[in-house]
Ligand binder design. Structure first.
Ligand SMILES: C[S@@+](CC[C@H](N)C(=O)[O-])C[C@H]1O[C@@H](n2cnc3c(N)ncnc32)[C@H](O)[C@@H]1O
Length: 267
């Protein structure tokens, strides 16, 4: 009973959880509530539901709790779909090793996304070209992509500016490993570190580039203001700093589907 109480109080009281953790707690709470109610109904009334009926109940309850916790709209799709997908996937004639394999692949690709709320999503070549255009010309630079993913931007710039130092820091193991192997196979001056960018000292860089997410921007701006040297550049693709105007705004894609902005701040 203590466990049920703890899960319920965690779901209801602890607002500081990242959404993915709240979503998981909601699933656990729904499972506990559905399983215990069905158990009591069975004991007292002799009422027995089939497994699929119980799974539907769990989906419905998870949806209601998700709406109550006011999670973003996409969680209202993911949450009820989760128990149903689990039910159908587990009844499919597929070896469970595949699920384990897929789980490890996704884990090494997304790693701490549930906490950072910054998933892997690559920027495009048009963005790399626009970034190249704002880099100071005829100057040897130290550049870092914080959250470098597969390293596409870093490789592109390193090939064009052999006189400068380009690096990437990436928290997720798989994209980092991919960039390291690619750097071994390519004779460019690109360096990749597996670390959390919060642990880096930004004063070592003339240009810091970020393609992260809205939640990351305010704390990142505090770090930029605290650590970056005067005259250096901070560039963010797609995500502005709330209430801080950029010195330059560029629209690299200029398509109807994507007119995301490249924001540049001179520190
Ligand atoms: C939207 S992707 C951008 C990839 C790359 N910069 C590009 O432009 O193609 C964001 C990346 O940041 C990484 N990331 C998120 N939080 C991080 C952190 N605290 N430290 C280092 N990398 C992080 C994610 O794993 C993900 O690969």
């Amino acid at each position: 009973m203590d466990f049920v109480k703890n899960v319920l109080s965690a779901v209801t009281n602890f607002k500081a959880y990242p959404p993915a953790v709240t979503a998981l707690l909601i699933q656990v709470a729904s499972l506990v509530m559905v399983a215990s109610s069905l158990f009591f109904l069975w004991q007292i009334q002799g009422l027995k539901l089939t497994l699929i009926q119980a799974v539907f109940l769990q989906s419905l309850l998870a949806l209601l709790l998700t709406r109550w916790r006011k999670l973003a709209w996409w969680w209202c799709v993911i949450q009820p779909a989760f128990p149903l997908s689990l039910f159908f996937l587990l009844s499919a004639p597929v070896s469970s090793w595949w699920y384990l394999l897929i789980f490890f692949f996704l884990l090494s690709l997304y790693w701490s996304t549930f906490q950072t709320q910054v998933p892997y999503f690559p920027s495009t070549r048009s963005v790399w070209i626009a970034i190249d255009d704002v880099l100071p010309a005829n100057k040897s630079l130290s550049f870092i992509d914080i959250g470098s993913g597969l390293g596409g931007l870093v490789f592109y710039l390193a090939k064009k500016h052999p006189e400068s130092r380009f690096s990437g820091v990436e928290i997720a193991p798989l994209p980092w490993l991919f960039s390291v192997v690619k750097a071994w196979c390519n004779p460019v001056s690109a360096r990749f570190v597996r670390a959390d960018y919060h642990d880096l000292d930004f004063s070592q860089f003339d240009v810091v580039f970020a393609y992260l997410s809205p939640v990351a921007m305010l704390p990142l701006w505090t770090k930029v203001r605290r650590e970056m040297k005067k005259g250096s550049l901070f560039i963010s693709y797609e995500f502005p700093i709330p209430q801080v105007d950029a010195d330059l705004c560029i629209y690299p894609e200029k398509t109807v589907i994507n007119n995301a902005t490249l924001f540049v701040w001179r520190i």
